[in-house]
Design a protein around this ligand. Sequence first.
Ligand SMILES: *Cc1c(COP(=O)(O)O)cnc(C)c1O
Length: 479
Amino acid sequence: MQMKSHVLCATEETRSVEVSKPEVLRPILGPAFERLIHASPDVLIEAVRKYGSPLNIVLPHVLMQNVEALRAVLHRHKVGYEIFYGAKVNKSPGLVRAAVEAGIGVDVSSIYEMRDALHAGIDPSRLCATGPAKTRLFHVALITHAALISVDSIEELDDLEAIVREIQPSHPVRVLLRYRPDRSASSRFGMEADTLVACLERLASLQGAFSFEGFHFHLSGYDDASRVKAMRELVYFVDVASRMGIEPTMIDIGGGLPVQYVDSDAYAAFLEAQHNSHYRNGKMPASFYPYGGQIDACEWIDRFLASPCVETMSIAEYLNAKHLTLAIEPGRSLADQTALSVFRVTRVKLLAADKAVAFVEGSSFSACETWFASEFLVDPILISTSLNGEHEALPTRVWIAGHSCLDEDVITHRLIHFSRRPREGDLLVYANTAGYQMDLLENEFHRHPMPRRISVSFDAAGGMQISPDDRMEYSNDFK
Ligand SMILES: *Cc1c(COP(=O)(O)O)cnc(C)c1O
């Protein structure tokens, strides 16, 4: 494959900018990414000059579009639904605000995530709290706000009962019970059948104090079939609860809706052809997120709803027959196409005639897949910032390292083919980093300041607005 298409745009008389199209794992770029990277690379260069490197750029309006796309599928199946944005996927307050403005709920797993959602103006009854280790403070805040609480264990239910006795809230505590599907028998999350039934009995006897709203599960992995199976397992418990006089009204199937980062054929070809020698450390990672999966989140939920449930009913028909609302908690898939991470190249060190390591301003804590013994299988896009007529292209295989003194601080072990060798001052743009990639592990190692995050929006006239989108963690206002 040869790289042919470049975008050239003169920014100054003596200097021009070139955006290279990656060749192997070319990121899928929605219109907003296209616009930022290809139509206005000079905006990225200027933003990095102003806010530093790495720079995380979020596009909150895209999250709203992702919500609309999911809604369209749910409407088509005529099911009652509730969408909770899985807020842990990214620390951006702007993305939480977009979720709230789109009119969906937020799945929070800490009092800090809850605070972001409240700051964004959420109706507190649209909060759903998951996670196995909620603190007493978090529980009290959830109860007083009449949020929905997914109870992970009978011990958690004990704690909630104690709090209810103590603070005597004015309304019943709204709970879901988290089920542990058969296929995750060794998981520490959720409850198996006996404990689940014991919780139901308890809730049936505490009807003034608690309002049982239904069942929840969340599975790791990304296939729809495992959710279909878990849903079928829950049918039995729906009947058990109904017989006890506590009719469930919601089934929450968690998150895990897939994201397509690269073309699925290109991805399959990459996996087929990859070899240890394609990695600078001579080692292919054992597993990857399915970056080039066959289906997107909409197709996934479509298949789920159309799958057989009981007797001749599909899941959608079963939910409707039982007056059950389907809840989903997408994190990664709502954050699809909502953020870019831009790293400025500090130095390129030649290791062989056609092999180099590029050091960037920033670390693998801001692009963290390598810390999970895996790799973000999306090629970065090179923005060459200082071309003049004399520079030859110099095709080179390059791996990308962070600026710390940790040997492990590698952003990309994979040797990426660039038909133009990156140079100091160039930018490497990783597209679609919002999902657990850009800020999960970010820190101030070496006392480098926290990377900045900015939010970009486009107005009807085609103008671009940039505003800071830093998070609020530094002040603890829960006193
Ligand atoms: C992490 C998590 C989610 C979101 O998962 P994604 O894979 O990002 O969609 C939803 N629900 C629960 C309980 C989670 O822990």
